[in-house]
Design a protein around this ligand. Structure first.
Ligand SMILES: Nc1ncnc2c1ncn2[C@@H]1O[C@H](COP(=O)(O)OP(=O)(O)OP(=O)(O)O)[C@@H](O)[C@H]1O
Length: 225
């Protein structure tokens, strides 16, 4: 699905990722771990086409990212759902509107789609908070709303940056079970996390692969977790 070939990226001349080569297979469940500041968010941004490599190649479904025009990038990005670390809601819009926003932007908010929006809010157990505003949500509710918004367009790839970073263990496991459910429906899932316990829990249920980022390199970890 996504192939890195000697891909590099840095900010203002400071390298973050250097000559990274790896493939994310369609249908896989991946965790990305690594020290704070090692470049996990940067790697996720390259996987979601929010950034392009400065050297080497990142190919999406066989197409080199740097050769895609703006329209093609926009189309490609609709195949990906992103849960950002800080969720990134529009605070003056209700939770329902925030979750529906990808549909509106894609020009697909039809009366028929309203049922999908309600179903999605039920899936993340937020039906009763649909008319609330993002600042009124708890940490776990925010993460679940962000997850619902990320899957609104049925993406092939779901990317989540520390989706359980600000919630307790029980809520973390609920969010994880939603991500596992998506993977069982055939979606590829990529999660950046510091939470090794979460990875152990996931590995009891899915065959998750762990990518470790350190010193600019991303490597598939062994079975030590
Ligand atoms: N927009 C930016 N401009 C300049 N430097 C940046 C920018 N974004 C990130 N960096 C730097 O790049 C490095 C990697 O950052 P990144 O956010 O990818 O790491 P991370 O592993 O996700 O960190 P954390 O676990 O703390 O969230 C850090 O040194 C960071 O300060």
């Amino acid at each position: 699905m996504i192939a890195f070939e000697k891909a590099s990226f840095g900010y203002d001349g400071h390298p973050v990722l250097e000559d990274v080569s790896l493939t994310l297979e369609a249908g896989g469940f991946y965790f990305l771990t690594g020290p704070s500041g090692s470049g996990k968010t940067t790697f996720l941004k390259l996987c979601s086409l929010a950034l392009l490599p400065r050297g080497g190649r990142v190919a999406f479904f066989g197409e080199d990212a740097t050769l895609l025009d703006r329209d093609r990038i926009a189309l490609m990005r609709r195949r990906m759902g992103m849960v950002h670390q800080d969720c990134q809601f529009i605070d003056h819009l209700s939770v329902r509107r925030n979750i529906a926003l990808p549909l509106e932007i894609a020009g697909r908010r039809t009366p028929a789609a309203d049922k999908d929006i309600e179903d999605l809010m039920g899936w993340v157990a937020l039906g009763h908070r649909a008319d609330a505003y993002p600042p009124e949500l708890s940490g776990g509710e925010r993460q679940r709303a962000a997850l619902a918004r990320a899957v609104m367009l049925s993406p092939d790839l779901l990317i989540a940056d520390e989706p359980t970073g600000n919630v307790d263990r029980e809520m973390g496991e609920r969010i994880l079970s939603l991500l596992i459910e998506l993977n069982r429906l055939g979606r590829t899932v990529l999660i950046a996390t510091h939470d090794l316990e979460l990875i152990r829990t996931a590995k009891r249920e899915v065959s998750a692969r762990v990518l470790r980022l350190a010193d600019g390199q991303v490597r598939l970890a062994g079975h030590e977790l």
